[in-house]
Design a protein around this ligand. Structure first.
Ligand SMILES: O=C(O)COP(=O)(O)O
Ligand SMILES: [Mg+2]
Length: 226
């Protein structure tokens, strides 16, 4: 099996435990001869800046698939349901004191500080008619549409790049990477990954964070898969 591209998560995967960019992972990605796509729950400008500074081509998936761009010089494609997310946010705000993260730049979903009871919020949301889910990435809790995720974002972006989603190998660390693993041809969870992402992974690294990303790429190279 030979993959034509790599799609890799940012926070918790190419970062260190303290969330600094992992320079070993950067160096490793720079040696690859296939396109490397960054996929994140974070906002589009975060993803694009990371891609530029790492030296990648600007193809990114941001806002958990709500924002997709294929190069720096084209505008992002946004798809989401901020309105529905805002309704869910207003409802939850009756029960919890919630703090939005980067609301100015986030166009398709809402990210919240992880300072409220997630399971209680999920139970409350079940009483409401919203097509919304709460996803905890260990860096934020996202109020997002159930119709948008990194896997759907990958399918969209793959088509724009002349690939199939199965042509990609995916590497990630948390629940918001699970659909991307299912859409890609192969999924690798880093050791610090949560149980949801490890459930759907084809391989789990020994090493954590950016060291895990380096190990994942070396595993692929040693098998001649990338
Ligand atoms: O923005 C987040 O919540 C986490 O981002 P990630 O998808 O890059 O891990
Ligand atoms: Mg992550």
């Amino acid at each position: 099996m030979k993959f034509k591209a790599l799609v890799i998560d940012i926070d918790g995967t190419i970062t260190c435990k303290n969330r600094e960019l992992h320079l070993g992972a950067v160096k490793k990605m720079r040696t690859l001869n296939v396109p490397v796509v960054l996929a994140t729950g974070n906002i589009l400008c975060y993803a694009r800046t990371a891609s530029r500074l790492i030296g990648l081509g600007g193809a990114v998936i941001a806002e958990n698939g709500g924002a997709v761009t294929v190069r720096y010089d084209v505008n992002g494609i946004f798809e989401g349901s901020l309105e529905e997310c805002e309704k869910a946010f207003s409802f939850l705000s009756q029960h919890f004191k919630l703090t939005k993260l980067d609301p100015t730049y986030r166009k398709t979903e809402i990210a919240l500080r992880r300072d409220f009871d997630l399971e209680e919020a999920r139970s409350l949301l079940e009483t409401q008619p919203f097509d919304i889910e709460l996803v905890d990435t260990k860096y934020a809790i996202h109020i997002k549409s159930i119709k948008i995720n990194k896997g759907i974002g990958l399918q969209k972006l793959a088509g724009m790049m002349g690939f199939e989603a199965e042509d990609f190998v995916a590497i990630g660390d948390s629940a918001n990477d699970a659909e991307m693993f299912e859409a890609a041809g192969f999924g690798i969870a880093v050791a610090n990954g949560d149980e949801r992402v490890k459930e759907v992974a084809n391989y789990v690294t020994e090493a954590s964070f950016g060291d895990g990303a380096v190990e994942a790429i070396e595993f692929l190279e040693s098998n001649g898969w990338i």
